[in-house]
Design a protein around this ligand. Sequence first.
Ligand code: LMR
Length: 396
Amino acid sequence: MFERIERVPGDAILGLIEAYQQDSNPNKVDLGVGVYRDDKGRTPVLATVKKAEEQLYQQEATKSYIGSHGDTRYTQAVTRMVVGEDSAALNDQRISTTQTPGGTGALRLAADFLKSHLSGRAIWLSDPTWPNHPAIFEAAGIEVKRYPYVNADNRLDFDAMLAALREVPEGDIVLLHACCHNPTGFDLSEDQWREILEVVKTRGLLPLIDFAYQGFGDGLDQDAFGVRLFVEALDEMLITTSCSKNFGLYRERTGSLMVLAANEEQMQNVRTQVAIAARENYSTPPSHGAAVVAEILNSQTLTEQWKQELAEMRGRINDLRSDFVAAFRPHGLEERFAFIAEQRGMFSYTGLTQAQVKRLRDEFSIYMVGSGRANIAGLSGDSLEYVARAIATVVK
Ligand code: LMR
């Protein structure tokens, strides 16, 4: 029965983990998968996570199931973090939050919900976007379409984006990245968010904002600007969130799906349907990561310490961005790569071609995604110059 099953190439991002591990070059540099790294190349467990885990170890009394929507201490705290403490929509009980297995699980849950209840609508994704976005929505049976995001010179092409969104059929779904756009690192300004909101309202579009990097761009509140603007201005939208990066909980699969409805009654209706979609998909979410986040966000002391750890991660990446640009100076390429300092979050869309990325890997053991996306957090004080020199070699 299995004789017709064909082998396929591994995932473009996750496949790099193994390829990197197998490389014996002592100078190898991993700029592939989006995980934070410190200057020694490690992805440590945050100190606040360790403290929360110690507390949980003492307190946890059961391993029984948590409900379809997960741990309410977690969902309530995370909703406040995303929409803000004084959100009118939150106070009006218009937001349903469901704990999910990571941001990917949130996206799949959103996709299943949309397919079941708003069938026939396409979803519009930025071109480029995280490669798993189209994969998830296509797997759920939703038609995927694209709007432009960067131009040929590798800069945000806001005019083209706006013009394309103005042509999206009424009622279609538009996926936006809240901050730290993956893969490009080019984010929308506050004014640009306002302009997109006007188009969303005029065209009657349903926004789905993917918020996987809160706190990695400019700050927890700053990064939430677009999300909060939309939540307070619209009747309906979806938000998917992740604690993989900001709490460093990657493998604990900790995320959420938030659905904003026009009133509490409709929110409760939607909520029951989201629970069904979760039940049919993975039943109930894993508990540990969400329990850790709940422990941190419900303690003022741990929250303050965690914000400090988050600020350190963000600061290191932003410093690396300017140091990386400076490392191109001896090669006469500082201006060409100046945009790296303007991008935000873990990723930089370098503008390198597939062939150049391949040469970096084959000749220098530098690993980045084939699209030219580099994880800036994978750089270190030691590797900056090596990587800049290697890039200078392949672009000349
Ligand atoms: C990435 O884009 O590298 C991360 O979000 C990890 C993943 O699952 O792809």
